[in-house]
Design a protein around this ligand. Structure first.
Ligand code: URP
Ligand code: ZN
Ligand code: ZN
Length: 462
């Protein structure tokens, strides 16, 4: 007995056409016409789009930061994700100081296991590199199914690694089929600028962006491009936010550096005018990199269209305004960094990208599902709609309209950076490996997500 999704407009990373989909068990069995058999359940999808389930390749759920933990854990975070049409998340498991990668990963497996409404995988953030850790890389990609690591060029005195570590990780990851993801900001300069601002008594959150201007991001991206070229290693720039960094990636791509880049909805639809608020309220927008001047946005949209930017992920890292962000009332550098967004990634990109003519439907699907699947070892099970692929399917009603806000969102956090913004179009039904996990906009009662053992990164295999 199967499920038939009848007559929807199927959108993949390359095509857009009307057809029926037959689901058998966890998989798409067929795409075509007259697929129904006796006993099948038929769901009328005429008038709706059907997208492959979204893949958010950048989340931080249940992340400890100092004495705090993110407001969203895997339960609330993945529930919000699935309601927004994202059926897979790749979260950043983080090695604690003194830990092995195996211990760090086990901590995140424990946090996520049994709690996810989406399927999930991990990138491994390396924060304490040494000989022993270097010997774990082959294990990570071959036996743990973690085909990507992350390094931070920022957050001095906590997560930041130096160039020597960066270079060693690039070379060794390359040989293990691991893609190195990098947070690109020059942490030493951020530290200097922050101390200068503090000395001048400029401690309000409105000064946060002055501590991390675009050149700080561009310098780090440029350094990474040079090191990746020297190491002949593939790299993935996370949360690219400004046109200077974009130009640097474009130049590197043009000269053959194997660089991939991600941007986030916040850099596409919000801007730095929020920091003109002299009150503490703008702590809600303290994230790194910070929001940029509106002029950057045209470049980012263009980068998505032309392929300089490969993916859109959220960097969902939520802290409540009350009780968490306000730890930094006296000093913006103590405000925990990050914003929520996992629920609204597809909605924001559809509304402000597709509906405004900045992205085609196939480009939209490529950025939110297909390319992340290809880069992170999940394709073709995930990221497309084809016989044999996982039946991760989003039935999207483009006529629905909602106003984003904390009162209505599923995130477990007391504000939304997108408060009051319109979302046009909404996921009404969502399937995860053939199970209906969202029905008429309501999430299933229990989490059914599974750990994804990802394939190694193969250069040229995209
Ligand atoms: O401000 C941000 N982006 N917080 C999350 C951690 C990171 O840097 O990705
Ligand atoms: Zn980051
Ligand atoms: Zn992040």
């Amino acid at each position: 007995m199967g499920i038939i999704l009848r007559g929807g407009t199927i959108v993949t990373g390359t095509d857009c056409y009307q057809a029926d989909i037959r689901i058998e068990g966890e998989l798409v069995a067929a795409v075509g016409s007259q697929l129904a058999q006796t006993g099948d359940t038929v769901l009328a999808a005429e008038g709706y789009y059907i997208f492959p389930g979204g893949i958010d390749a950048h989340t931080h759920f249940d992340l400890p930061v100092g004495r705090l933990s993110t407001a969203d854990d895997f339960t609330s975070g993945t529930r919000a994700a699935v309601l927004g049409g994202t059926t897979t998340v790749i979260d950043y498991a983080t090695q604690g100081k003194g830990e092995t990668l195996q211990q760090g990963l086990a901590n995140w497996q424990r946090r996520a296991g049994g709690n996810c409404y989406t399927d999930y995988g991990f990138h491994m953030a390396i924060t304490d590199w040494n000989e022993q850790v270097s010997r774990e890389l082959p294990w990570l990609s071959r036996e743990a199914g973690v085909a990507s690591v992350k390094l931070y060029m920022a957050y001095k005195h906590s997560l930041q690694v130096d160039d020597s570590v960066l270079f060693q990780v690039l070379e060794q990851s390359r040989d293990c089929g691991i893609l190195t993801c990098v947070h690109c900001e020059n942490g030493d300069i951020v530290d200097n600028l922050t101390r200068q601002l503090r000395r001048q008594g400029k401690t309000a959150p409105s000064f946060h962006p002055l501590s991390r201007p675009p050149r700080v991001e561009q310098e780090a991206v440029n350094r990474l491009m040079v090191l990746a070229e020297m190491a002949d290693a593939p790299v993935y720039v996370v949360h690219l936010s400004c046109r200077e960094a974009l130009a640097t990636v474009a130049e590197a791509k043009a000269r053959g550096v194997r660089v991939f880049a991600e941007t986030c909805p916040q850099y596409l639809v919000l801007d730095d005018s929020v920091y003109q608020d002299p009150t503490f309220a703008c702590a809600k927008f303290v994230m790194s990199p910070p929001l940029r001047a509106r002029e950057n946005q045209a470049g980012l949209w263009n980068g998505l269209r032309t392929g300089i930017l490969d993916t859109v992920a959220t960097d969902h890292c939520s802290f409540n305004f009350r009780g968490q962000k306000d730890r930094g009332r006296e000093d913006f550098s103590k405000i925990p960094n990050g914003i929520p967004g996992v629920e609204h990634r597809l909605g924001l990109l559809y509304t402000y990208g597709v509906k405004e003519g900045k992205l085609s439907l196939t480009q939209f699907v490529d950025k939110v599902a297909t390319k992340p699947a290809r880069l992170f070892g999940l394709y073709p099970h995930k990221g497309t709609i084809a016989p044999g692929s996982h039946a991760d399917l989003v039935i999207w009603d483009e006529k629905r309209r909602l106003i984003i806000g904390a009162a209505a969102h599923a995130h477990n956090v007391d504000y939304s950076p997108y408060e009051g913004m319109v979302q046009q179009g909404q996921a009404i039904h969502v399937f995860l490996r053939g199970r209906q996990v969202v029905k008429d906009g309501v999430a299933a009662a229990k989490p059914e997500g599974r750990y994804l053992f990802r394939k190694r990164f193969v250069p040229g295999g995209l």
